[in-house]
Design a protein. Structure first.
Length: 472
């Protein structure tokens, strides 16, 4: 696969990822105009819990499926899928039953109140999502991005329709949000059933394959836990060190900041199969360095634009209402800092080939553990002083620490000749935006200045020729 092909697939996967997650953005105007910051805080805590526990449901089997399904040939592909899907179905059912029965105990701890029924709905969502996500990985492994987008679009439409109907028309509040997601996830699982049937055979279950994938995948389990600590623990720390209203305000801003995460995750959909295939080539490190320059330059441009214009976006008027409820307008103050954190996360993702190529996935928990430790420590130090700004700063520092940890490892075991000027260029712009107040005129000037300076000072002659070719 060429860089051009990687760009095409990453674009398609990126659209699919954005479609999957865009429902959270499209429903933000609804939530911020219907819910109070405290009610939205409860919703945010529910989905923070979902994110944490989903790591336990997967325990690294998603990474193992991608690795071994791509490497396998013929019927061996069915062996790996059947084995992983079977064990995932069994363990997910057990996990959900235990959590469902313990919902009354868990709700006050993780949802901040007596919300037993909401916790039970969350356990059902976890079970359904754990199952339909595995066939989606098959589509990625088989390089079928258009089918991937189709299912992603179905998920978005169903979630939006049922959320609007249950929340707006039936006035079911947060319960309506969760019930709508249950219906959407169940329907998607039924729709994707033909892919499961084509790749599944009871005769293909293999004990040796299970041992193989567990050995590879289990190191990703603690790594996943650490990642969720970085992504979601700030909500609980805000709940404990501030209040539920602060969780709601911060979560709304974090949703906006997740534009950066979507760009990274969309790219990663195509990046993982690309570097697994390309990594055996002699010139792979040079190619990875070039991809890093292009991708970080592009991501940097997007997050600079979002950071500059986010206030105008949320205050955009639609008739008598604004896109965000006025109570949520202060949430935008955290967006540039959160985007900076996701930029560092993008640099971390770009460095993963080194770990995969030398088969040292056991180090991944250490890298992510570095980020998790920084998340908790910096949040505890900064939230009491700076509130939601402290939580956003902790996210940026944590992702920087994680990226620095894997960089130190790769420089010794799998060095990649990065162009540091290109990597640091977007960081300088973002820090400028975060620290310097700007009027509309200055924002327009900076918006134009970024791509001009990138082409002039970062791209070399060959880069410019390649970029012209890609656009053509």
């Amino acid at each position: 696969m060429s860089i051009k092909a990687l760009g095409k697939q990453s674009l398609i996967y990126g659209i699919g990822t954005i479609l999957t997650r865009i429902v959270t953005f499209l429903l933000l105007p609804l939530y911020t105009n219907v819910f109070t910051t405290e009610e939205y805080g409860i919703y945010a805590l529910a989905y923070a819990f979902t994110g944490f526990v989903m790591i336990a449901y997967r325990y690294g089997m998603d990474s193992a499926l991608m690795k071994y399904y791509i490497d396998a040939e013929g019927e061996n592909k069915k062996t790996y899928f059947t084995t992983i899907f079977s064990v995932q179905t069994f363990t997910s059912l057990i996990f959900s039953l235990v959590l469902f029965l313990a919902a009354g105990v868990l709700a006050p701890i993780f949802l901040g109140g007596e919300h037993k029924q909401l916790m039970q709905f969350v356990t059902i969502i976890l079970f359904l999502d754990a199952l339909w996500m595995l066939p989606m990985l098959i589509l990625r492994a088989n390089e079928k991005p258009r089918q991937y987008i189709s299912f992603s679009l179905l998920n978005v439409i169903l979630t939006m329709v049922f959320n609007i109907y249950l929340v707006v028309f039936l006035k079911m509040g947060i319960t309506g949000v969760l019930v709508g997601n249950i219906i959407a996830s169940g329907t998607l699982l039924l729709a994707i059933l033909p892919i499961i049937i084509r790749n599944f055979s009871f005769k293909a279950v293999s004990r040796s394959a299970l041992q193989e994938v567990l050995k590879f995948g289990l190191p990703f389990f603690p790594a996943g836990i650490f990642t969720m600590v970085m992504e979601l623990s700030d909500r609980y720390l805000l709940e404990w060190l501030a209040d539920t209203a602060a969780v709601g305000l911060y979560s709304a801003g974090n949703k906006l900041g997740m534009f950066g995460l979507l760009l990274v995750m969309g790219f990663n959909m195509g990046w993982t199969p690309y570097f697994l295939k390309k990594g055996k080539d002699v010139d792979a490190p040079q190619t990875f360095a070039r991809v890093s320059t292009y991708f970080l330059g592009l991501v940097g441009g997007f997050i600079v634009l979002i950071s500059l214009w986010i206030d105008q976006l949320v205050q955009f008027r639609i008739g008598d209402a604004t896109l965000f409820g006025e109570e949520f307008w202060p949430s935008t103050q955290v967006v540039p800092t959160i985007l900076l954190g996701y930029y560092f996360f993008g640099f971390y993702v770009l460095q993963l080939p080194g770990v995969f190529m030398i088969k040292q996935t056991k180090w991944v928990p250490l890298f992510r553990g570095t980020g998790a430790a920084l998340t908790i420590l910096v949040n505890i130090l900064l939230i009491p002083v700076f509130g939601i700004i402290g939580a956003a700063s902790a996210k940026a520092i944590a992702f920087f620490g994680m990226s620095a940890a894997i960089l130190l490892f790769n420089q010794k075991h799998y060095p990649i000749p990065y162009r540091w000027r290109g990597i640091l260029f977007p960081v300088v712009f973002l820090l400028f935006i975060i620290t310097v107040p700007m009027g509309l005129g200055v924002k327009m000037f900076v918006s134009i200045l970024y791509p001009v300076l990138w082409v002039v000072f970062i791209a070399n002659h060959n880069d410019r020729k390649r970029l012209i070719g890609l656009f053509k």
